[in-house]
Design a protein around this ligand. Structure first.
Ligand code: CA
Ligand code: CA
Ligand code: CA
Length: 217
């Protein structure tokens, strides 16, 4: 007898995705209204299931203690990364990362001249970015920043960045990876050929329908 089999495997991958728009003004007392504050879009063109996500924000501002920072996924989930960062210094420049050793508040931020992906800081609310774990990543993400009080401060959202670790379907096998036809004999509900075991869950010996177990290499 013979059967054909098609494999589907998940592979782990990671990528960085950046905003492409021009700088957006962060207006004093801009956390009310719809939409509120300055927003930037980051497009993720590839599909996959998120296992970890970090969000980079680079902004000028004359008093970052007045800044709220939010990120919204293509699925509509929103996480709050900062609601006032606990200090009155200028500018906000950080890679928000649940796994960072230091929280965002009270730390000296790097220059805003270009994005520094090494300045990892935890969101104020511990584990905020885990809200996206398990979500589909493809589509437009929105990073929004606003100034919540009326003391005359202002700035610009310069760029936004996503760092995503994810699992995705493996590319279709090609050439010698392909397994168009294997030949073997059923032993009960299984058949083994070329190191691959097929388990028959439906049908008869004339057709193999069911679960294919691929050896781990
Ligand atoms: Ca995480
Ligand atoms: Ca992380
Ligand atoms: Ca203000």
């Amino acid at each position: 007898m013979s059967f054909s089999a098609v494999f589907s495997e998940a592979v782990a991958a990671s990528g960085q995705y950046n905003s492409t728009g021009s700088a957006q003004s962060i207006v004093d007392e801009s956390c009310t209204g719809t939409p509120s504050g300055a927003a930037m879009t980051v497009n993720v063109p590839t599909g996959g299931t998120i296992t970890d996500i970090d969000v980079g924000v680079r902004a000028t501002h004359t008093y970052r203690g007045a800044l709220d920072v939010f990120v919204t996924s293509p699925q509509g989930t929103t996480a709050t990364l900062a609601e006032g960062v606990g200090d009155g210094a200028v500018n906000m420049h950080a890679r928000f990362n649940d796994e960072a050793g230091t929280v965002i508040g009270g730390s000296t931020h790097p220059s805003t001249s270009s994005y520094d992906s090494t300045f990892n800081r935890r969101p104020e609310s511990a584990g905020a970015l885990a809200a996206f774990d398990g979500e589909e990543m493809a589509g437009n993400w929105t990073i929004r920043i606003c100034d919540f009080d009326a003391y005359g401060d202002s700035g610009q959202l310069l760029s936004a960045h996503l760092h995503i670790t994810y699992t995705a379907a493996a590319p279709a096998p090609t050439g010698s990876q392909q397994c168009a036809s294997l030949t073997g004999a059923w032993s009960g509900s299984t058949a083994t050929s070329g190191g691959i075991t097929v388990t028959r869950t439906l049908g008869t010996s004339g057709g193999a329908h069911g679960v294919v177990h691929r050896p781990i290499r």
